[in-house]
Design a binder for this molecule. Structure first.
Ligand SMILES: C[S@@+](CC[C@H](N)C(=O)[O-])C[C@H]1O[C@@H](n2cnc3c(N)ncnc32)[C@H](O)[C@@H]1O
Length: 270
């Protein structure tokens, strides 16, 4: 993909700087990435070799959280910062649990959206939106969201490994509060977020991301928990991804852990 670009690659794509969606895709074994992303990923692994395991555990948490929401009766999902489709996409997991689950994917990275559209063009229960999650009116007013998501019924709004790419100046807490406000009682907010653990090598990682098209904005545990305001955390609360309702101990937990995970339920009677 580094020399010949496939037709579905949008013409205005920034190939000069690495991008979080494509670096993540590469580290998860995907093929929607470019030389600049792969070089960045290798530097990331040299600096923090546990990064790959951390990302895989984030993805595994996302799968468990989606299954949990389906078990709780949720049949519609809004996945904000959904990324490039890879193994264990939200619609696959949700529809395996309950056929007919509806899923809308939202991302601001054109490759992620183009690839999602290609993958989902024949699935009438899914939709894709190219938008910044901070532009709440655009997301909620988009055609796929209006057609597939009924906000008078419980919905799971997913923010997995995305808010640590949104700086405080952009107002992420206010934007998330608007999604929570839109959700019906009995809905869930699924969150995972990189934490500031004070480790020197993660300062280096952050400086690396500052040179990418997606600078990092890691936060303290308290700042991360604040995103769940207006919901009640389900057990076990806000914990490292590996500690959130683990099902299988396939791999040892990465050391150090840097991504917190939690699921909040909007209280009230459905
Ligand atoms: C590390 S990937 C996470 C993908 C997926 N949510 C997961 O956890 O497996 C982060 C994604 O968030 C997207 N993203 C970053 N900032 C965004 C924003 N402001 N609005 C929408 N998407 C955003 C990136 O393009 C990327 O696809």
């Amino acid at each position: 993909m580094s020399t010949e670009l496939p037709e579905w690659v949008p013409a205005d794509i920034d190939l000069q700087r690495p991008n979080a969606a494509r670096v993540y895709d590469y580290l998860l074994g995907g093929a929607c990435n470019f030389e600049v992303d792969r070089r960045f990923a290798h530097k990331l692994l040299e600096t923090a070799p546990e990064s790959e395991a951390i990302l895989r555990h984030n993805r595994a948490f996302l799968g468990r959280a989606v299954r949990f929401c389906v078990e709780q009766g949720v049949r519609q999902f809004l996945d904000l910062g959904s990324g490039i489709p890879t193994v264990g996409n939200v619609h696959e997991i949700a529809q395996r649990g309950a056929p007919g689950c509806r899923v809308v994917y939202v991302d601001n990275e054109p490759i992620a959206v183009a690839h999602s559209e290609l993958m989902l063009e024949h699935d009438e229960n899914t939709g894709v939106v190219l938008a910044d999650l901070l532009d709440v009116d655009t997301v909620l007013g988009s055609e796929p969201v209006r057609q597939l998501i009924d906000f008078s019924r419980p919905v799971a709004v997913i923010l997995a490994a995305v808010l640590h790419f949104v700086p405080d100046e952009a107002g992420p807490h206010a934007a998330v509060a608007r999604y929570v406000e839109a959700m019906a009682p009995g809905s869930f907010l699924v969150l995972s977020h990189g934490a500031d653990t004070g480790q020197e090598r993660y300062r280096t990682v952050r400086r690396m991301y500052d040179q990418s098209s997606t600078p990092a904005a890691v936060r303290t545990r308290e700042q991360i928990e604040a995103f769940l305001t207006g919901t009640e955390l389900v057990e076990p609360g806000l914990v490292w991804t590996t500690h959130w309702r683990p099902e299988l101990a396939i791999r040892p937990a990465p050391e150090p852990e840097v991504i917190y995970a939690g699921v909040g339920r909007k209280p009230g009677v459905r």
